[in-house]
Design a protein around this ligand. Sequence first.
Ligand code: KIV
Length: 268
Amino acid sequence: MSIQSSIKSITITQIKKKKNQEKITMITAYDALFAKIFDGEVDMILVGDSLRMSFFGACDTLSADFESMIYHTQAVCNGAKQSLVVCDLPFGALANPQETLAWCIEIYKKTNAQAVKIEGGIEASDIVRFLVKNGISVMAHIGLKPHFVRFEGGYKIQGKDTKSAKELLETAKVMEECGVFSILIEGVKAEVARQITQNVGIPVIGIGSGRDVDGQVLVWSDTFGFFEDFKPKFVRQYLKGAELVRNALKEYVRDIKSGDFPNDDESY
Ligand code: KIV
Protein backbone atom coordinates (compact mmCIF):
# COMPACT_ATOMS: atom_id res chain seq x y z
CA MET A 1 0.00 0.00 0.00
CA SER A 2 1.39 3.40 -0.89
CA ILE A 3 1.57 6.14 1.71
CA GLN A 4 -0.18 9.24 0.38
CA SER A 5 0.97 12.64 1.60
CA SER A 6 -1.85 14.69 3.09
CA ILE A 7 -0.47 17.75 1.28
CA LYS A 8 -1.83 17.90 -2.25
CA SER A 9 0.17 19.46 -5.02
CA ILE A 10 -1.48 21.77 -7.55
CA THR A 11 -2.13 19.82 -10.74
CA ILE A 12 -1.73 20.62 -14.43
CA THR A 13 -5.54 20.47 -14.75
CA GLN A 14 -5.95 23.08 -12.02
CA ILE A 15 -3.45 25.37 -13.73
CA LYS A 16 -5.30 25.05 -17.05
CA LYS A 17 -8.62 25.82 -15.36
CA LYS A 18 -7.28 29.15 -14.10
CA LYS A 19 -7.30 30.60 -17.63
CA ASN A 20 -9.73 33.53 -17.74
CA GLN A 21 -10.53 32.92 -14.04
CA GLU A 22 -7.60 34.17 -11.97
CA LYS A 23 -3.98 35.23 -12.56
CA ILE A 24 -1.43 32.44 -12.29
CA THR A 25 1.64 33.09 -10.11
CA MET A 26 5.05 31.58 -10.73
CA ILE A 27 8.60 32.17 -9.52
CA THR A 28 11.90 30.34 -9.98
CA ALA A 29 13.74 28.44 -7.25
CA TYR A 30 16.90 26.38 -7.30
CA ASP A 31 17.10 24.86 -3.83
CA ALA A 32 14.97 23.38 -1.05
CA LEU A 33 15.43 26.33 1.30
CA PHE A 34 13.78 28.90 -0.93
CA ALA A 35 11.36 26.40 -2.48
CA LYS A 36 10.01 25.80 1.04
CA ILE A 37 9.47 29.53 1.55
CA PHE A 38 7.72 29.91 -1.83
CA ASP A 39 5.71 26.67 -1.55
CA GLY A 40 1.96 27.18 -1.52
CA GLU A 41 2.36 30.94 -1.98
CA VAL A 42 2.69 30.61 -5.76
CA ASP A 43 0.92 28.25 -8.14
CA MET A 44 4.09 27.09 -9.87
CA ILE A 45 7.82 26.98 -9.17
CA LEU A 46 10.18 26.89 -12.13
CA VAL A 47 13.59 25.31 -11.75
CA GLY A 48 14.95 27.55 -14.48
CA ASP A 49 18.31 27.19 -16.12
CA SER A 50 18.74 30.85 -15.13
CA LEU A 51 20.33 29.16 -12.11
CA ARG A 52 23.52 29.05 -14.17
CA MET A 53 23.60 32.86 -14.06
CA SER A 54 22.24 33.77 -10.65
CA PHE A 55 23.38 30.68 -8.73
CA PHE A 56 26.56 29.67 -10.56
CA GLY A 57 27.72 33.07 -11.87
CA ALA A 58 27.91 32.16 -15.58
CA CYS A 59 27.39 34.87 -18.21
CA ASP A 60 24.35 33.10 -19.73
CA THR A 61 22.24 29.94 -19.29
CA LEU A 62 23.87 27.82 -21.98
CA SER A 63 26.16 25.81 -19.70
CA ALA A 64 23.28 24.11 -17.85
CA ASP A 65 23.15 20.34 -18.29
CA PHE A 66 20.59 17.63 -17.52
CA GLU A 67 22.42 16.30 -14.47
CA SER A 68 22.48 19.69 -12.76
CA MET A 69 18.85 20.40 -13.70
CA ILE A 70 17.84 17.08 -12.10
CA TYR A 71 19.95 17.82 -9.01
CA HIS A 72 18.34 21.25 -8.49
CA THR A 73 14.85 19.94 -9.28
CA GLN A 74 15.28 17.24 -6.64
CA ALA A 75 16.25 19.93 -4.13
CA VAL A 76 13.27 22.14 -5.08
CA CYS A 77 10.88 19.17 -4.85
CA ASN A 78 12.24 18.42 -1.37
CA GLY A 79 11.13 21.91 -0.35
CA ALA A 80 7.96 22.34 -2.41
CA LYS A 81 5.02 20.06 -1.70
CA GLN A 82 2.10 22.19 -2.93
CA SER A 83 3.25 24.40 -5.79
CA LEU A 84 3.56 22.66 -9.14
CA VAL A 85 7.26 22.24 -10.03
CA VAL A 86 8.42 22.69 -13.62
CA CYS A 87 11.93 21.61 -14.69
CA ASP A 88 13.63 23.60 -17.45
CA LEU A 89 15.27 21.60 -20.23
CA PRO A 90 18.81 22.89 -20.86
CA PHE A 91 20.34 24.23 -24.07
CA GLY A 92 20.95 21.40 -26.56
CA ALA A 93 18.10 19.28 -25.18
CA LEU A 94 16.18 19.21 -28.45
CA ALA A 95 18.73 17.67 -30.82
CA ASN A 96 17.22 14.20 -30.80
CA PRO A 97 13.61 13.32 -29.82
CA GLN A 98 14.47 9.89 -28.33
CA GLU A 99 17.20 11.42 -26.19
CA THR A 100 14.95 14.29 -25.08
CA LEU A 101 12.27 11.78 -24.08
CA ALA A 102 14.83 9.66 -22.21
CA TRP A 103 15.92 12.73 -20.20
CA CYS A 104 12.32 13.71 -19.47
CA ILE A 105 11.61 10.18 -18.23
CA GLU A 106 14.71 10.47 -16.01
CA ILE A 107 13.40 13.80 -14.67
CA TYR A 108 10.03 12.18 -13.88
CA LYS A 109 11.66 9.14 -12.26
CA LYS A 110 14.20 11.05 -10.16
CA THR A 111 12.15 14.11 -9.16
CA ASN A 112 8.55 15.06 -8.43
CA ALA A 113 8.47 17.69 -11.17
CA GLN A 114 5.12 17.63 -12.94
CA ALA A 115 6.22 19.25 -16.18
CA VAL A 116 9.19 20.33 -18.25
CA LYS A 117 9.76 23.65 -20.01
CA ILE A 118 11.12 23.77 -23.54
CA GLU A 119 12.59 26.83 -25.24
CA GLY A 120 11.60 26.51 -28.84
CA GLY A 121 9.40 27.63 -31.67
CA ILE A 122 7.72 25.82 -34.54
CA GLU A 123 10.99 23.96 -35.25
CA ALA A 124 10.52 22.16 -31.91
CA SER A 125 6.93 21.10 -32.61
CA ASP A 126 7.74 17.48 -33.58
CA ILE A 127 9.66 16.94 -30.35
CA VAL A 128 6.96 18.61 -28.27
CA ARG A 129 4.28 16.44 -29.87
CA PHE A 130 6.41 13.32 -29.28
CA LEU A 131 6.93 14.17 -25.60
CA VAL A 132 3.25 14.90 -25.00
CA LYS A 133 2.28 11.62 -26.71
CA ASN A 134 4.56 9.86 -24.24
CA GLY A 135 2.95 11.40 -21.19
CA ILE A 136 5.24 14.36 -20.54
CA SER A 137 3.57 17.67 -19.64
CA VAL A 138 5.24 20.48 -21.52
CA MET A 139 5.33 24.24 -21.04
CA ALA A 140 6.51 25.96 -24.24
CA HIS A 141 8.85 28.95 -23.86
CA ILE A 142 8.46 31.33 -26.82
CA GLY A 143 9.40 34.91 -27.68
CA LEU A 144 12.80 35.96 -26.36
CA LYS A 145 14.59 32.66 -25.86
CA PRO A 146 17.75 32.99 -23.74
CA HIS A 147 19.18 29.84 -25.39
CA PHE A 148 19.58 31.90 -28.59
CA VAL A 149 21.55 34.73 -26.94
CA ARG A 150 24.87 33.87 -28.60
CA PHE A 151 23.20 33.15 -31.96
CA GLU A 152 21.33 36.47 -31.93
CA GLY A 153 24.11 38.50 -30.33
CA GLY A 154 22.06 39.59 -27.32
CA TYR A 155 18.64 39.48 -25.71
CA LYS A 156 16.23 40.93 -28.29
CA ILE A 157 12.64 41.98 -27.55
CA GLN A 158 10.28 40.11 -29.90
CA GLY A 159 7.07 41.06 -31.71
CA LYS A 160 8.23 44.54 -32.66
CA ASP A 161 6.90 44.36 -36.23
CA THR A 162 3.89 42.79 -37.91
CA LYS A 163 5.85 39.85 -39.34
CA SER A 164 7.36 38.91 -35.99
CA ALA A 165 4.00 39.37 -34.22
CA LYS A 166 2.31 37.08 -36.76
CA GLU A 167 5.02 34.44 -36.38
CA LEU A 168 4.68 34.51 -32.59
CA LEU A 169 0.92 34.03 -32.76
CA GLU A 170 1.39 31.18 -35.21
CA THR A 171 4.00 29.58 -32.92
CA ALA A 172 1.67 29.82 -29.92
CA LYS A 173 -1.16 28.19 -31.87
CA VAL A 174 1.10 25.38 -33.11
CA MET A 175 2.32 24.75 -29.55
CA GLU A 176 -1.25 24.57 -28.31
CA GLU A 177 -2.08 22.14 -31.10
CA CYS A 178 0.98 20.03 -30.07
CA GLY A 179 -0.59 19.63 -26.63
CA VAL A 180 1.46 21.86 -24.34
CA PHE A 181 -0.40 22.72 -21.12
CA SER A 182 0.80 26.32 -21.06
CA ILE A 183 3.02 28.83 -22.80
CA LEU A 184 5.70 30.99 -21.20
CA ILE A 185 6.16 34.14 -23.23
CA GLU A 186 9.30 36.19 -22.62
CA GLY A 187 10.35 39.64 -23.81
CA VAL A 188 7.41 40.23 -26.15
CA LYS A 189 5.65 43.55 -26.83
CA ALA A 190 2.68 43.79 -24.49
CA GLU A 191 0.09 44.16 -27.26
CA VAL A 192 1.36 41.04 -29.06
CA ALA A 193 1.34 39.03 -25.81
CA ARG A 194 -2.23 40.21 -25.22
CA GLN A 195 -3.35 39.02 -28.66
CA ILE A 196 -1.67 35.64 -28.20
CA THR A 197 -3.29 35.22 -24.78
CA GLN A 198 -6.71 35.95 -26.26
CA ASN A 199 -6.20 33.56 -29.16
CA VAL A 200 -5.13 30.38 -27.38
CA GLY A 201 -7.13 28.26 -24.97
CA ILE A 202 -4.24 27.47 -22.61
CA PRO A 203 -2.63 29.71 -19.95
CA VAL A 204 0.03 32.15 -21.13
CA ILE A 205 2.56 33.08 -18.45
CA GLY A 206 4.48 36.26 -19.14
CA ILE A 207 7.89 37.60 -18.22
CA GLY A 208 8.68 41.02 -19.59
CA SER A 209 5.56 40.77 -21.77
CA GLY A 210 3.13 43.15 -20.11
CA ARG A 211 0.10 42.57 -17.92
CA ASP A 212 -2.50 41.21 -20.35
CA VAL A 213 -1.48 37.58 -20.00
CA ASP A 214 -2.80 34.80 -17.75
CA GLY A 215 0.02 34.95 -15.21
CA GLN A 216 3.51 36.17 -14.41
CA VAL A 217 6.87 34.60 -13.65
CA LEU A 218 10.08 36.23 -12.40
CA VAL A 219 13.50 34.92 -11.46
CA TRP A 220 13.60 34.87 -7.64
CA SER A 221 17.05 36.42 -7.27
CA ASP A 222 15.94 39.40 -9.42
CA THR A 223 12.64 39.72 -7.54
CA PHE A 224 14.28 39.82 -4.13
CA GLY A 225 17.36 41.83 -5.05
CA PHE A 226 20.02 39.15 -4.66
CA PHE A 227 21.25 39.37 -8.25
CA GLU A 228 22.97 42.72 -8.52
CA ASP A 229 24.83 42.55 -11.85
CA PHE A 230 21.92 44.18 -13.71
CA LYS A 231 18.16 44.72 -13.29
CA PRO A 232 16.04 44.19 -16.40
CA LYS A 233 13.34 46.86 -17.01
CA PHE A 234 10.53 44.34 -16.46
CA VAL A 235 11.67 43.29 -12.98
CA ARG A 236 9.94 44.72 -9.93
CA GLN A 237 12.25 44.32 -6.93
CA TYR A 238 10.35 43.45 -3.74
CA LEU A 239 13.37 43.29 -1.45
CA LYS A 240 16.92 44.52 -1.35
CA GLY A 241 18.13 41.03 -0.45
CA ALA A 242 21.85 41.43 -1.11
CA GLU A 243 21.96 44.70 0.83
CA LEU A 244 20.10 43.18 3.80
CA VAL A 245 22.37 40.13 3.91
CA ARG A 246 25.51 42.28 3.55
CA ASN A 247 24.42 44.50 6.45
CA ALA A 248 23.58 41.49 8.62
CA LEU A 249 26.92 39.91 7.75
CA LYS A 250 28.72 43.10 8.81
CA GLU A 251 26.96 42.88 12.21
CA TYR A 252 27.98 39.22 12.54
CA VAL A 253 31.62 40.06 11.76
CA ARG A 254 31.51 43.02 14.17
CA ASP A 255 30.09 40.85 16.97
CA ILE A 256 32.78 38.20 16.49
CA LYS A 257 35.57 40.75 16.50
CA SER A 258 34.21 42.56 19.59
CA GLY A 259 33.79 39.27 21.48
CA ASP A 260 30.03 39.86 21.83
CA PHE A 261 29.27 36.65 19.92
CA PRO A 262 28.80 34.06 21.29
CA ASN A 263 27.45 35.22 24.66
CA ASP A 264 26.67 33.01 27.67
CA ASP A 265 23.19 32.09 26.35
CA GLU A 266 24.75 30.97 23.10
CA SER A 267 27.33 28.76 24.82
CA TYR A 268 27.09 25.28 26.48
O1 KIV B 1 15.43 29.91 -16.74
C1 KIV B 1 14.55 30.66 -16.29
O2 KIV B 1 14.54 31.04 -15.11
C2 KIV B 1 13.52 31.11 -17.21
C3 KIV B 1 12.84 32.38 -16.84
C4 KIV B 1 13.40 33.48 -17.65
C5 KIV B 1 11.40 32.29 -16.96
O3 KIV B 1 13.29 30.53 -18.22
